[in-house]
Design a protein around this ligand. Structure first.
Ligand code: IPE
Ligand code: IPE
Ligand code: MG
Length: 244
């Protein structure tokens, strides 16, 4: 089935509001093609572009993609340096077209280990898109779910000390509101490519009731059609949120 044919099968009333994706398998894609791992990452950026486009076309409102985890620093210096540069270069290359397409982009993650000039460049570039509201794109860069929860709790403690929050008890709402992803609804659909079936420290707090969808496809090979297929399957899930 082509894109239009699958799109016709999708119920416009039941589009997942927020889709989160662990874009995995770049290294294995490159290995299969006898290329260097970095070529897999480069190719992976093209897949991101297509999935952003498809999200706009189908009407997904929030898209969060996992670009670099707090654990990915364990990789070789060469690969880490390449990835960190690739992520900012892609942002700079794509920003104009993202803005034109109504995308509001922001990076979520820890600033630790990133230089302040890097963070500033990201922020200054993203800011240019913040008037947009067609699609909210979150790029998880130097992101870890545990770190995000810890940072949230520490934020709350600081606010308590400053007297900004007057309470003796931390609530779920307070934790949610102090996450990097503040203001974003929890993901409805959680996709991971490459055949791995684990969460790898992505959106731990937010995915409490997400629907998980896995595919063996390696990220650089992931297509708009397969993305729609995931949404179609999501529409047939029976979400209960603990009720009956
Ligand atoms: C995902 O691809 C991209 C990042 C983690 C940055 P990988 O680089 O993890 O690819 P595999 O899992 O080794 O194939
Ligand atoms: C998760 O993939 C991180 C990103 C996609 C950015 P990894 O490849 O790092 O995860 P593990 O090591 O297989 O769990
Ligand atoms: Mg991987």
């Amino acid at each position: 089935m082509n894109f239009k044919e699958i799109l016709a099968k999708i119920d416009p009333q039941k589009i997942p509001v927020h889709v989160a994706i662990i874009m995995d398998g770049n290294g294995r894609w490159a290995k299969k093609k006898k290329l260097k791992r970095i070529n897999g990452h480069k190719k992976g950026v093209e897949a991101v572009r297509k999935i952003v486009e498809a999200s706009r076309e189908v009407g997904v409102k929030y898209l969060t993609v996992y670009a670099f985890s707090t654990e990915n620093w364990k990789r070789s210096k060469l690969e880490v340096n390449y990835l960190v540069k690739l992520i900012i270069d892609s942002l700079l290359n794509e920003i104009d077209s993202l803005i034109e397409n109504g995308v509001n982009i922001r990076f979520i993650g820890s600033r630790k280990n990133l230089t302040s000039s890097y963070s500033k460049k990201v922020e200054d570039t993203c800011r240019k898109s913040w008037h947009n509201d067609k699609l909210f794109l979150q790029v998880a860069m130097n992101y870890g779910g545990r770190k995000e929860i810890l940072d949230s709790v520490n934020q709350i403690l600081i606010k308590m000390k400053n007297g900004e929050i007057e309470t003796a008890e931390i609530t779920e709402k307070m934790i949610s509101e102090n996450l990097y992803s503040t203001g974003t609804p929890d993901p409805d659909l959680f996709i991971r490519t490459s055949g791995e079936q684990r969460i790898s420290n992505f959106l731990l707090w937010q995915s409490a009731y997400s629907e998980f969808w896995f595919t063996d496809t390696l990220w650089p090979d992931f297509t708009k059609e397969e993305y729609l297929k995931a949404i179609l399957e999501f529409q047939n899930r029976n979400r209960r949120f603990g009720g009956r």
